[in-house]
Design a protein around this ligand. Structure first.
Ligand SMILES: CC(C)(COP(=O)(O)OP(=O)(O)OC[C@H]1O[C@@H](n2cnc3c(N)ncnc32)[C@H](O)[C@@H]1OP(=O)(O)O)[C@@H](O)C(=O)NCCC(=O)NCCS
Length: 197
């Protein structure tokens, strides 16, 4: 991680980084499995949730003045009703859960432990807020998806190594336009969870 620093941003300070986070999301999520044909309009709506929330944080990876990666977290209770709905019929208490949004890192900075550091710092933040669980969701794509790159390796083993397990009965739907489509379509995102205490 030589030259790259990670810092945690919370509260009102988050606002000044939202444009950079949006740009990173649009750049990184264009690729499989997200295939997100990002728009500033969608980004603005999405990131408002983080900007307004109590307890949200962004972990930034920076090199000199450039933001090269970012990762977000927010108490689940501050998330959209659609996301919260996913946990409605589970035994989990929503107030005890920290939701991890994205981890996005420019391609040339991968494989140096920054993704591990994003998890470490977000879990630390969740523990500070006395959350008992951390959760996140990931898009589900078919194994024969036409845009799946040859030799693509999912992040499942990376997440398992960080102590997360799939929550098979919990999922949510999100809409966005894929890079190879002309209209938005609905995707299923599956949840993973880890007990923090
Ligand atoms: C997810 C993402 C942020 C992970 O970032 P990363 O920095 O490449 O991940 P890390 O380097 O921390 O960890 C990857 C592996 O490299 C290993 N690693 C750690 N330090 C290392 C080093 N100095 N050199 C080489 N490998 C290293 C880690 O141990 C890990 O291996 P493991 O899974 O076997 O434990 C990055 O892949 C990404 O932006 N992907 C696209 C967006 C995405 O899909 N995000 C997730 C959903 S929101």
């Amino acid at each position: 991680m030589a030259g790259v620093r990670t810092i945690k941003i919370t509260g009102q300070d988050i606002h000044q980084y939202l444009d950079k986070l949006a740009a990173l999301r649009i750049e990184v999520f264009r690729h499989f499995p997200y295939l997100y044909d990002g728009s500033q309009a969608y980004e603005k709506k999405y990131l408002q949730t983080y900007a307004k929330a109590n307890g949200s944080a962004i972990i930034l990876a920076t090199e000199q003045e450039e933001v090269v990666g970012a990762s977000t977290c927010i108490p689940l209770s501050e998330e959209t009703s659609a996301l919260k709905q996913s946990f409605k019929n589970t035994a989990y208490n929503m107030d005890e859960i920290m939701f991890f949004g994205e981890s996005v890192l420019k391609e040339t900075y991968r494989g140096r432990g920054i993704g591990v550091e994003f998890f470490r710092q977000r879990e630390g933040h969740a523990r500070q807020l006395e959350k008992k669980y951390a959760t996140f969701c990931a898009v589900q794509r078919t194994s024969n998806h036409p845009l799946r790159p040859a030799g693509y390796q999912s992040l499942h083993n990376f997440w398992k190594k960080r102590g997360y397990t799939p929550l098979p009965q919990v999922s949510t739907q999100m809409e966005w336009k894929d890079v190879d489509q002309s209209e938005e379509s609905s995707k299923t995102l599956n949840f993973w969870i880890k007990k923090l205490v």
